[in-house]
Design a protein around this ligand. Structure first.
Ligand SMILES: [Cu+2]
Length: 146
């Protein structure tokens, strides 16, 4: 019963996050109300031609879990883009790759807040590795390096 309730909750939250008529350039980004680098990332997406709606929430970790991302792989905000989950400061090249290739996965995550990533300050020290969020709930395979 718990599984069924979780599935229903997930279906309804994803449905709420991804309006049926949203196009591939429409982004809904959930963030903690205080998060500044999340706004930085939203602006970065806007500069790259996306239309971004930010939604403050205190349930980000739970929402990320529901989206298939275990705690240790969660980014600091959660975006829904054209049916995919994009967690964290994922560079736009990877977002475009995702929307072009349309792999059979739930989405990608860049865990944490790497220095020098889009929206973050600091100096990039190594290529970022975006991990697949699979439909079975496994996270870990590298989808893209950028
Ligand atoms: Cu951040």
């Amino acid at each position: 019963m718990r599984t069924i309730l979780t599935a229903v909750a997930l279906a309804s939250s994803v449905w709420a996050a991804v309006p049926a008529l949203a196009g591939e350039k429409d982004v809904t980004l959930y963030k903690n109300p205080q998060c500044g680098c999340c706004e930085g990332y939203a602006d970065y997406l806007r500069e790259n031609g996306f239309t971004v709606t930010t939604k403050p929430t205190h349930d980000l970790a739970e929402m990320s879990r529901e989206a298939g991302i275990p705690d240790e792989f969660q980014g600091c905000h959660l975006s829904f883009i054209d049916g995919y989950v994009v967690s964290g400061h994922v560079p736009v090249g990877t977002v475009k790759k995702l929307l072009t290739e349309r792999p059979d996965i739930k989405g990608v995550t860049l865990p944490g807040m790497p220095m020098g990533s889009p929206g973050m300050s600091g100096t990039k020290e190594a290529p970022f590795e975006m991990l697949e969020i699979t439909k079975s709930g496994a996270v870990g395979r590298v989808y893209a390096r950028e």
